[in-house]
Design a protein around this ligand. Structure first.
Ligand code: SF4
Ligand code: SF4
Length: 199
């Protein structure tokens, strides 16, 4: 009889413990039911990359002087500058230019040191391909205008958490004209130009 009562007591204790754990789990669930969703519904929603994001490189063929500085400053000597010497004009003539994004580490050295600013980093980050050789971009592919999240009518652009106005914790349902946190790059440039003129 005593053993039976002990078993009933143990069973009741385990039932109470289990109910306590279920209650703890559900409290987290109910807590999240009151919060706004922070999930980005990719590919219908996309985050706007930050201004200094280092995405796919853009190349302007006509500006390139075939100096090969980009090759020398690249940690893996990646850009391929195919040029020939034009005896009539006594200048280098660029034939082809390519960068393999399957190997590039997006360090931005080539962009930083190019003397004619014909290279620039874009905010394009969707470079997935089935064949890695497709990531070897020639001058035509590099010259393609960069993809912008904000210009795609099929996509709802969302601000990154760092750019949300003070007190706002979710990009969803943000009023379109709401002031973003921090200054825009052009505002910083304007301020620095104004301070240079004053000094
Ligand atoms: S971003 Fe860096 S790794 Fe890529 S090509 Fe330029 S210098 Fe080379
Ligand atoms: S550094 Fe600029 S100008 Fe010189 S070869 Fe590279 S892309 Fe062309």
């Amino acid at each position: 009889m005593f053993k039976f009562l002990q078993q009933v007591g143990d069973y009741a204790k385990e039932t109470v413990q289990a109910a306590k754990y279920i209650g703890q789990g559900l409290s987290v669930t109910f807590d999240h039911m009151q919060r706004r969703p922070i999930t980005v519904q990719y590919p219908y929603e996309k985050l706007i990359p930050s201004e200094r994001y280092r995405g796919r490189i853009h190349f302007e063929f006509d500006k390139c002087i075939s100096c090969e500085v980009c090759v020398r400053v690249c940690p893996i000597n990646l850009p391929v500058v195919d040029w020939e010497f034009n005896r009539e004009t006594k200048k280098k003539k660029l034939n082809h230019y390519s960068i393999d994004f399957g190997v590039c580490i997006f360090c931005g050295n080539c962009v930083e040191y190019c003397p004619t600013n014909c290279l620039s980093m874009t905010e394009e980050y969707e470079l997935a391909a089935y064949d890695r050789h497709e990531l070897n971009y020639d001058n035509v592919a590099l010259g393609r205008l960069p993809y912008k999240v904000t210009q795609d009518p099929m996509v709802t652009p969302l601000r990154e958490f760092a750019y949300l106005p003070k007190g706002v914790m979710s990009s969803h349902d943000l009023p379109p004209n709401s002031q973003r946190a921090g200054k825009r790059p052009e505002e910083i440039v304007e301020e620095s130009e104004a301070s240079t003129k004053q000094s």
